[in-house]
Unconditional design. Structure first.
Length: 136
């Protein structure tokens, strides 16, 4: 019976370790949040139970957006990573295990293009105002 108690203790300790490890993986995945707004992209990444990293990038700082879909399963189920490369010293933002990553990339490109057009329109209006005030 001593061996049975020892075996049960080892078995339960092992199962508890597996449960805790699975819980930590779930927390890491479930608490990762990606927000795409009209002004910037925000990546809130949970690292363990007590560490959270928040990074963001304005569309003006984004240089490149790439999608990485690797393997048969990711291709069939349509999920992968979206990498947003930013200018300067900012850290690149990576959205990991995203559903429909090409749609996310297209959404970012669309918003970025809209921001560029609005910026050009505002610049044109500013030039018109300057030219109009000088001719008076």
């Amino acid at each position: 019976t001593e061996y049975n108690i020892l075996f049960l203790f080892i078995q339960n300790t092992f199962l508890l370790a597996i449960w805790i490890y699975s819980f930590l993986i779930w927390v890491d995945y479930y608490l990762d949040i990606w927000v795409i707004t009209s002004e910037k992209i925000i990546n809130i990444e949970q690292k363990g139970l007590f560490l959270r990293r928040v990074s963001s990038a304005k569309y003006e700082k984004i240089q490149d957006v790439t999608v990485e879909v690797t393997g048969f399963l990711q291709t069939v189920v349509n999920f992968g990573d979206v990498r947003v490369q930013t200018a300067g010293e900012l850290e690149n933002i990576v959205f990991r295990r995203v559903s429909d990553p090409y749609e996310v990339k297209n959404l970012i490109a669309k918003i970025q293009k809209e921001k560029e057009v609005k910026g050009m329109d505002a610049f044109g209006e500013m030039i018109k105002e300057k030219a109009g005030s000088k001719s008076v």
